[in-house]
Design a binder for this molecule. Structure first.
Ligand SMILES: [Zn+2]
Length: 413
């Protein structure tokens, strides 16, 4: 994209948002707050969000997930059936339709998934099944910490359906491992905390927390390599504190803040029994479907990436997530330099390249903006280029080398 065409919403001004991560999210043009708990993603944020979602979808597809889209508007009937119309009261946003029916903006989709498969999935033979979607959720929660807690947010939510608890256990582990792979691919430092109902009747639940200073939840976690043990105040072993031994490996626990990225849940027959979801068993009887549910919050994942990877100059991103992969930075966009910059722009993927062609920006501003956005590569066409024909290729971490114009696309591609 040409910088002269791009609407980037970047800003060099300090903001007064609640912490430096949320400030950077605004300054880098990722998102803008429109009201309490209401955020718009700007073009830069939208590009990052799309790449994050693609990565998550890829991992879900790889473990056998099939994508669906459930409506965000749900009738009250299915929520009354599950018994959650009342229990979600206070956090649920409700509306009335023109014919006087009560609807909610779904805060979660267990009821929706049961409605989707009810009558279509009939035999034990049709299971197990893993369905997932990437849709908006709505919760009238107390907004805090930028994209971490908003009233409208995107979730990748998945639901597994089974004929037995053994099958659920197998798929729960499969999704849990996929989640760990996703967060590892994003180079995130995270802990896995057992959540409250793990102690109750064989069902299980775990949360994934990115460890960041600007997180809103208190986490005690193990620092040993490869050990992801963690607890929150709500965990079964929530009284563990910094300095205590890790129950998994014996290393010392540390204390810090976290952003909850994801949650995996063994639901058992909680929803199928309440809503009458059954399949025919091999012996001809009807049996309640055993379920699991699994979620990853997309925008809060973006915020965790910003929080963990940023430096004093702006955003940094794990591979494949930056809003643009390459910035072409000419000292001045004219003459031979302009010609070479245009040639480079065509040779690299123009959709992933930001060509600083805007005459209104001087070179220092171009460098600063590229770093603020976290573009992994800068190709600088300056005095060295004019003298030798070689461009300066600089990584986001400041490593520099000189290469021929024709070599650039191969190196940054
Ligand atoms: Zn440990």
């Amino acid at each position: 994209m040409r910088r002269s065409d791009a609407v980037l919403f970047t800003s060099r001004e300090e903001t007064d948002h609640e912490n430096r991560t949320v400030q950077l999210i605004h300054r880098a043009g990722i998102a803008r707050q429109l009201g309490s708990g209401l955020y718009a993603l700007a073009p830069v944020g939208q590009r990052v969000r799309a790449k994050v979602i693609a990565r998550v979808e890829c991992e879900m597809d790889a473990i056998g997930g099939q994508q669906v889209t459930l409506p965000s508007l749900n009738g009250d009937d299915i929520w009354r059936q599950s018994g959650r119309w009342e229990s979600f009261e206070g956090e649920m946003l409700t509306v009335e339709s023109r014919d006087g029916k009560s609807l909610c903006l779904a805060p979660s989709h267990e009821e929706g998934i049961v409605s989707l498969v009810d009558g279509a999935v009939r035999s034990y033979d049709d299971l197990p099944l893993l369905l997932y979607q990437v849709t908006k959720k709505y919760r009238d929660d107390h907004a805090r910490n930028g994209l971490v807690r908003t009233k409208e947010f995107t979730m990748k939510d998945a639901y597994s359906l089974h004929t037995s608890r053994e099958s659920l256990a197998e798929w729960y582990d499969r999704v849990r491992e996929a989640y760990a792979r996703i967060f590892e691919e994003f180079d995130l430092d995270f802990a896995v905390t057992a959540a409250e109902n793990e102690v109750m009747g064989g069902s299980g639940s775990a949360e994934f927390h990115a460890l960041v200073e600007t997180g809103s939840e208190r986490v005690r976690y193990c620092r040993a390599d490869g050990c992801r043990f963690g607890v929150t105040d709500d965990s079964p072993r929530g009284s563990l504190s910094a300095g205590d031994s890790c129950p998994d490996c014996g290393n010392d626990l540390a204390a810090g803040n976290g952003i909850e990225l994801g949650h995996v849940f063994k639901l058992g027959t909680r929803y199928s029994e309440a809503m009458g979801l059954t399949v025919d068993a091999p012996d001809g009887t009807e049996q309640a479907v055993v379920m699991g549910s699994y979620g990853i919050g997309i925008e809060r994942l973006v915020q965790a990436l910003v929080a963990q990877h940023a430096d004093g100059d702006g955003c940094r991103w794990p591979d494949g997530v930056a809003p643009f992969e390459v910035a072409i930075v000419p000292l001045s966009y004219e003459g031979d330099v302009r010609e070479a910059a245009d040639r480079l722009y065509e040779a690299c993927d123009p959709d992933e390249t930001l060509l600083f062609d805007d005459a209104g920006q001087h070179i220092g501003e171009r460098f600063a903006e590229s770093d603020l956005l976290g573009v992994p590569w800068k190709v600088v066409l300056g005095n060295h280029f004019s003298a030798t024909g070689e461009v300066e290729l600089e990584s986001r971490d400041g490593e520099t080398r000189y290469v021929a114009v024709d070599e650039v696309a191969d190196i940054v591609g």
